[in-house]
Design a protein around this ligand. Structure first.
Ligand code: NAG
Length: 240
């Protein structure tokens, strides 16, 4: 499948790129589209990879303008930049946007009957952790609105005890993996790209522990078992 390979091939180009948090919080003023492929966190790594994979190529090259347009569509609600809260901070919001705008497919409902209800409050209840919330009651109020609009929605996930270390036949190389969490007020704690290595479903991801983009040494299923706050996964596929 060409699409899956586009995700995996572009993702692999980021191997060893340093993990750096808060790279989108560098402007003091208005929110703007930041492109920094030399320093990534788990989310921006997936965003840049997806933007590259969605962009048309000419002689294997992606045009800068196409890449920026795709990235803006992925990172901002319906592609419109209008302040900090137009950025898709929560993966529930991010996935809805991708499905609504036709570039993502959520595979999980087709294959897993298990559901969770969105219950977001993390950002509005921890404003001190976010530069653009700590000094702006207005942004906090807007985040509360966004949380309220998403809360109660159901999404499907695969509980971690239902994910074999060798993966599942319908999870393919290049699929986007969002790891769900039991952290109160948050839906997803980490994300990456599915990559089968020696028959084991592994994760190509920007690792905060290893401080760079890596392929996990252990199976994704094992990673989930090792982390008590991780509950399972959502599986998303690029649609071109
Ligand atoms: C996410 C952050 C988001 C940020 C993105 C890229 C949350 C809930 N979301 O994890 O604010 O734009 O990483 O750095 O913290």
């Amino acid at each position: 499948n060409d699409n899956e390979n586009a995700m995996l091939n572009n993702g692999i180009k980021f191997l060893d790129i340093p993990y750096v948090a808060h790279t989108l919080e560098v402007t003091d003023g208005e929110e703007e589209l930041i492109i920094n492929c030399d320093e990534v966190d788990c989310t921006t790594f997936v965003e840049y990879t997806l933007a590259m994979a969605l962009s048309p190529t000419e002689d294997g090259q992606v045009a800068e303008g196409d890449f920026a347009d795709k990235l803006q569509m992925i990172r901002y609600r319906d592609g419109k930049i209008n302040g900090y809260t137009s950025r898709l901070h929560y993966i529930a919001d991010w996935v809805n946007n991708g499905v609504r705008n036709g570039f993502l497919e959520d595979l999980t409902p087709t294959y897993s009957p298990h559901t969770q209800k969105v219950a977001l409050s993390y950002m509005s209840s921890h404003p001190e952790l976010y530069k653009q919330l700590s000094n702006s009651p207005q942004n906090v109020a807007k985040m509360k609105e966004i949380e309220k609009s998403l809360n109660g929605q159901e999404f499907h996930y695969i509980p971690k005890d239902k994910l074999p270390f060798n993966g599942l036949p319908w999870i393919k190389n290049g699929d986007i993996i969002a790891i769900t969490t039991n952290t109160p007020g948050l839906d997803v704690a980490h994300m990456g790209i599915a990559f089968y290595v020696d028959g084991k479903l592994s994760l190509l991801h920007a690792s905060s522990k290893e401080k760079k983009v890596v392929v996990s040494k252990v199976a994704l299923g094992q990673m989930l078992q090792n982390n008590p706050s991780w509950t399972g996964i959502r599986v998303l596929r690029m649609k071109k």
